[in-house]
Design a protein around this ligand. Structure first.
Ligand SMILES: [Zn+2]
Length: 116
């Protein structure tokens, strides 16, 4: 089992580089280095998700985006997708506060949903 040192993703044996971060994988991480990430917020659009990601990164919160394909809307013509903001567990409270500020300042719409 190998890990990406940047995003902490796990990879199967044989893969040598993280496709997202373009960095070489390492064999294993010490327990201290393994950070649990959690889905915090489901963004209304990918643009809002990208916007929040930049804002959080500016505050030194290492977050990622996860695109969820969703076809559960019977009335929609095609497949819709939702973008979820993934943040480290220890930054959930801070990130939530920042997102709420963004909503209040109308930097993003209030159509997103908190998951965590
Ligand atoms: Zn990675």
């Amino acid at each position: 089992m190998a890990f990406c040192p940047k995003c902490k993703s796990e990879f199967k044996a044989g893969i040598v580089e993280c496709a997202d971060c373009n960095v070489p994988l390492i064999g294993a991480l010490s327990m201290d280095e393994i950070i649990d990430f959690t889905e915090l917020y489901a963004c209304n659009t990918i643009l809002e998700a990208e916007h929040l990601k930049i804002i959080l990164k500016e505050r030194n919160i290492d977050c990622n985006l996860r695109l969820i394909e969703c076809s559960s809307f019977p009335l929609s013509a095609g497949v819709t997708s939702e973008t979820r903001l993934v943040v480290p567990m220890n930054y959930v409270a801070t990130a939530r506060q920042i997102i709420q500020e963004c909503i209040e300042n109308h930097e993003i719409s209030d159509k997103g949903l908190f998951i965590e």
